[in-house]
Write a protein that binds this ligand. Structure first.
Ligand SMILES: [Zn+2]
Length: 174
């Protein structure tokens, strides 16, 4: 990863944190956001935050929503040539979806167990890095951890503050 790539990843993650923070003013505050960019053109293809509680759908994590938006928009199954950003380390469901979608790279900010789990109890501790070792396609999806981690941690903290201020409680196991 070159310095310019590093700067670009950080800029895109900061933009994603800003986008995701807009959810804090909605009825369903969430610190989980995801965006997808085309590697060649650099264009933003899709971005979303999680809508699990809003739609009562345990599969509506931010990454799943972003992947669905991107494949629908492009009218294709494969997101080869695209890169996904997430404010949090993808869970096994989302990382598996990234592998099925043939995303080339996954960049995340906060860790699931070390950061997110404190606020939003995680259902699994299987890491994206472990899942990638089981990929049958080469080259394997590249994972870039902890890009703007502190900004993402701050997003979790702010979201928790909003939930407490508004006496909102997460449903069991969320
Ligand atoms: Zn997930």
């Amino acid at each position: 990863m070159t310095t310019s790539d590093d700067l670009q990843h950080r800029e895109r993650m900061i933009a994603l944190v800003e986008f995701t923070s807009t959810s804090l003013a909605t009825e369903f505050p969430s610190p989980f956001g995801s965006s997808i960019y085309d590697l060649q053109s650099g264009q933003l293809v899709a971005q979303a935050y999680d809508t699990v509680i809003q739609h009562s759908d345990p599969t509506n994590h931010a990454e799943m929503n972003a992947i669905r938006l991107a494949t629908t928009k492009l009218g294709q199954l494969s997101l080869h040539g695209q890169i996904l950003y997430s404010t949090c380390e993808p869970c096994p469901m989302c990382m598996s979806a990234c592998i099925w979608a043939e995303l080339e790279t996954v960049v995340f900010g906060a860790s699931t167990m070390e950061d997110a789990n404190h606020y939003w109890p995680q259902a699994s501790d299987l890491s994206p890095a472990q899942l990638v070792t089981h990929m049958r396609r080469e080259p394997k999806c590249q994972i870039l951890p902890h890009v703007e981690r502190s900004s993402c941690q701050e997003l979790f903290r702010q979201c928790d503050e909003v939930l407490q201020q508004r006496s909102l409680r997460l449903p069991p196991n969320r």
